[in-house]
Design a protein around this ligand. Structure first.
Ligand code: SAM
Length: 445
């Protein structure tokens, strides 16, 4: 193995040798994994501000989070002193083992580049020998490791695995965790003619109206992207705005709107949309998305709790949440949240819901939704809202309304999707995100 040095010209002497191919991607993946664990910031945000982040760096980091529990156990069992609590040390070994076990990377490349990463970093240099020994052992024992019966729940933090088991039962919880491991297909929402776009893109038109692509592919290169014919949106994420049923000319508030997937749906339906979000950066992305789609909305950057306006015909509240329903696409989200976050998020959701209610005219509709698997953010939040607000009544979701059948409608008439495909029509065999939505209307005055 050649010893890597930083590329570019050193201050003195001859030009430095180039780094080995793929070294930069591994360095970035290691840094991103460590930073997510340290700062509890989402991986997408960290990669977005990392110059040079490429698909390989993303694949290594995402796979590490997808299989974090398994990687931790495999490494711990093979390290005399166990895994270090230091995030960078953990990330070094975990990203290396992820490449050996779960990515199509030749063993020698995974081992050599990880060893080189250790050697080139003064804070990790003491792990050079350990990384070499443990990763070589993981590579030697790969077949046995992969043949082990490891429950997919091991790849979730213990607190989440326990909650899902308690809420959904051990079998369903394991199926959900397996879906998180499998990842997600790419779903699109079309401005119009979803069937035509499904055909042109070689995808499938789902019974819910979304398009499911056959393969993961470079999105901006696809037909229809540049002209703004469709946008990326998980099939489950497209359901709440459909349930709101906004019609042409209706005034609709989209609270917590950025980056604008649901705003686009409402605007495409012809509604006059006011999109509210407190994040200026995320609203920048919303504006870009609407511009590409040639759709319009009034955009208001403020805390939704402080947003006042004439009551609307319809209000959509897509509240901030633990996002545990999106772990197929964002496995890092499981590791950026803690159980304690649930109570503070549920409290914020309650306040946002109460405020959203003030923005609904008599006879108007309100849809509350979260991309969470946790009942405190979904079912319990909706039930408590209806107890606090007798001036609202539920408009139950009809079994035929979503194209997903009865399996996604709760006894109370709310929408509840889970990431695995149990009970769903065949077209959804690759699952969909976990979402909860409740639709209510303000009783006429
Ligand atoms: C689940 S995301 C919304 C996704 C969006 N509805 C879509 O479909 O693309 C939640 C959003 O809530 C925003 N947010 C969180 N707390 C907020 C608050 N108090 N007021 C307004 N927006 C808030 C965040 O900035 C974030 O953009």
């Amino acid at each position: 193995m050649t010893r890597a040095r930083r590329s570019g010209r050193s201050e003195e002497g001859p030009p430095a040798a180039a780094e080995p191919a793929g070294f930069g991607a591994r360095r970035l993946a290691l840094a991103a994994v460590a930073e997510v664990l340290r700062s509890r910031t989402g991986l997408d945000e960290i990669l977005a501000r990392s110059p040079g982040a490429d698909p390989l760096a993303r694949a290594v980091a995402v796979t590490t989070f997808r299989r974090l529990g398994t990687l931790g156990r495999v490494l711990n069992e093979r390290l005399a002193k166990g895994l270090s609590a230091d995030e960078r040390a953990f990330a070094l070994l975990a990203t290396g083992a992820a490449q050996i076990l779960f990515l199509n990377v030749p063993d020698h490349a995974a081992v050599d580049l990880t060893v080189e990463l250790a050697r080139s970093d003064p804070k990790l240099r003491h792990l050079t020998g350990v990384a070499n020994a443990v990763l070589r052992r993981v590579a030697r024992e790969r077949e046995a490791i992969l043949a082990e019966e490891i429950s997919p729940l091991e790849d979730a933090p213990v607190w989440l695995a326990e909650r899902w088991t308690g809420t959904y039962g051990p079998e369903r919880a394991a199926a959900m965790a397996a879906a998180h491991r499998d990842g997600a297909p790419v779903d699109l929402s079309a401005k119009e003619d979803a069937a035509g776009w499904a055909e042109r893109l070689g995808g499938a038109l789902l019974p819910s109206g979304s398009i499911r692509l056959a393969d993961r592919t470079a999105i901006p290169d696809l037909p229809g992207y540049a002209e703004g014919a469709w946008w990326v949106q998980d099939a489950a994420a497209a359901l709440p705005a459909r349930l709101l049923g906004a019609g042409p000319g209706e005034r609709v508030a989209d609270l917590c709107a950025a980056p604008g997937g649901k705003t686009a749906q409402l605007a495409a339906a012809g509604a006059v949309v006011t999109a509210v979000d407190r994040s200026a950066a995320r609203l920048g992305r919303l504006r870009q998305n609407l511009d590409r789609l040639r759709l319009g909305a009034e955009v208001v950057c403020t805390d939704a709790l402080a947003f006042r306006a004439e009551p609307f015909d319809a209000v959509l509240l897509d509240a901030p949440c633990t996002a545990t329903g999106t772990l197929r696409r964002h496995p890092d989200a499981a590791w950026t949240k803690q159980e304690g976050d649930l109570a503070s998020l549920a409290d914020l959701q309650r306040r946002l819901l109460d405020h959203a209610a003030t923005l609904v005219r008599p006879g108007g509709r309100l849809v509350y939704c979260v991309c969470s698997l946790e009942p405190e953010e979904g079912e319990q939040q909706a039930a408590a809202f209806l107890r606090r607000h007798p001036e609202f009544e539920r408009i139950p979701v009809a079994p035929g309304e979503t194209g997903l059948g009865q399996a996604v409608v709760t006894d109370e008439g709310d929408l509840r999707t889970l990431p695995d495909a149990a009970g769903l029509p065949e077209a959804f065999r690759r699952g969909l995100d976990g979402f909860f939505a409740c639709r209510v209307s303000r009783k006429p005055a």
